[in-house]
Write a protein of this length. Sequence first.
Length: 611
Amino acid sequence: MFTEFITALVLAAGPVHAVQPPDLAGVGALVDEHVSTVMAEEKIPGATVTVVADGRQVVNKGYGWADVERRIPVDPERTRFLIGSETKLFTAQAALQLVGEGKLSLDADVNAYLTTFKIRDTYPGRPVTLRHLLTHTAGFDEDYVVGSGADVRALGEALAASQPERLRPPGTGLSYSNYGVALAGYLVEIASGMPFEQYVDGRVFAPLGMEDSVIACGGLKDTRAYLVDGSATDVNCANFAASGAGPASTASDMARYLQAQMALDPRLGSGVAAQMQRQQYTEHPRLSGMGFMWEQMSYKGHRLLFKGGDMPGMHTSMFMLPEQGIGVHVMSNGDGTGRHGLDGFALVDKIVERYLPAARPPSVKALPGAAAGQYEGSYRSSRTSHGSLLKVQALTDSPVHVTATAGGGIETTGLGGGRKRWVQFEPGVFQEEGGRRRIAFPEPGQLAVDGGTVVFDRIGALDHPSLHLGLLAAALLASAAAVLGYPVAALARRRRSASPASPAGPRLPRLLAWAAGALVIVFAGGFGSLLADEGRALPLVLQGAPVLITLLVLASLTVPLAATLLACSAAAWRKRWWSTRGRIAYTLVALGVTAFATVAVTYNLVGPSFT
C-alpha cells in the first residue's frame, strides 16, 4: 500500500524518465529499410527521421528530394519543412512561460485580457480559460481559415473576424480547435507586449539554438510540397500561425526541441516541459487524455506522447516514450497515396516491437449483470464542423456505430477500422477483447476514446450521412433524367409536329427543371472531384479559390430553383399541364432538386458559410 502511494505521488508530480534506456543497436538500419520502402510504395518525394535515445541523436537523416524538379536533396540540417500543428507545442510553451511569470493565468476568463474583441458569453458563468485553450476543451466549433500568402491577416484581426460558435460548455468534452490555440497565441502577444512570432523567436527558438526555424509565413525556402498526384502546391501558410498554418523548421532544429522536452530542459521555462507532459484533462479516469498540447495514449502498454502536424503536401509527427527515454520525429514533403505522408506510427511500432519488452494487456473481467443497450447508436466526431464548409467532410466520414452484445458488452464499427468487440468492466467503461484499448461513455450520448483529441456525440437517423448520401443519389438520378430526358422529349414532339399542350407558360417550367438538373450535375461532378482529392481541395479552401466559390454559388442557386420547381409542380397538377406521365416526371425532378438543396443547406454549401 505504501509503495502504491509513493508511485501515485511520483506520477502526479510529473513525467518519469528511464534511468537506463534500451540499447537501440541497429536502429539506423531499421529506419533506412522502413523509410526507403514506404517512400517507394507511397510515392513520397522526401523525408527526414530523427531518433533520440538517452539524450543523444542516434539517427538524424534525410531521404529523397526537397525539390524533385531541381533535384535538391533533403538535408536534415538545412531543409525546412512545414511543421503544421506541431507549432501548438511552441504556443503552449510560450503561454506557460508567461503563466510562470505571473503575466497570464491558466484559470482566468480570457476576456479579462482581450480588448479589441471578446469571446461570446454563450454559457453564462462558464468562461473560456487558457487551460481550456491548451487542452482543446474550450468548446469551439471547428472552422476553416481562409487566407494564404499575401492575404494572411494579423493574429488578433483574424481572430476577431472569424470567431466560431461555441457548441459545448468549456471543460465538458474534447474538441480539437485551431481557433482556440490561435487565441492562446494572441494572449501571448497581449501579455508579452510583442508579436507572437517575435516572442517565439526570442523565447522558444533562441535558447535552444533553433536558428533554422521560422514562425512567420514564407520561410519554407527551397522545399516543395507535393500532393497525392505528385504535383507541387505553393500554399504554405494561412491565418493563425500560432496554430500551425505557416511555421517551418528543419529536422535538426526539431530534434533539439524533442531532446529538450525529453530532458525537461529548464531552457523551455521553469517546470514548463513537465507541466506540458503531465495529464491535464481526461474524459474519464480510466482513459489517457491531454497534456498541454501533448496527446497522451497507452501504446502497446507504454505511455506515449504524440503531436502531429499537417499542411497541404507536408506532414510531421513527434513521439516521446518518456519512461524509456526514446523520441522519434518524422517529416515528409508529400501526401503520398495514403494522403498523410510518411506514417510515423508505423515506424514507432517497429521500434517498440524490436527494442521494448512486450507488455501484456491489463486483465479485466466483465461487469456482472451489466447492460449496454443505453450506449447503442451512431456517434459523430466533435470535430465535425456545424457552421462552416468543413461540415461537408462528415458526408464521407463514416460515424462510429455501437451495438450492444450479450453480457453487457458492445460491438463497434468505424472506430479504428473494422469491427471490434469490447468488454464492459466498469459502468460505461470498456476494454477491447484481447487488446488494451479502452473507450468510455462519460455522459449520456457521448463516447470517449483513449488518447483522443475529440469525443463522439450520438446522432439521430436524420443526421446520419447515409440518409444524406441517399438523397444525393436520388437527386443525381432525377437531375440526369431531366438533363437527358427533356431535350429528347422536345425532339420527339417536334417530329410528331405536336402543338404545345398550353401557351408558352409550361415551356418555362421545363427549362427551369432542365437548368436545375444541370446545376446539380455540374456541382456534383466538380465538388465530388475535390472531395476525392482532399490534398488538392484544402489549398483551394485556404485560398478561397474562384473555382470553389463558383461551385458553391451553383449550389446556392438550387435552393430558389427547388422552391420554384415545387410551385410549378403543384400548378402542373392543378392546371393539368402536360400528360399524367409528364407531370409525374416533372414532380420527381422537383423532388430530386429539393433533396439536393436540402443536403446543400445541411452541409453549409450555400449562403454565408463560404464567404
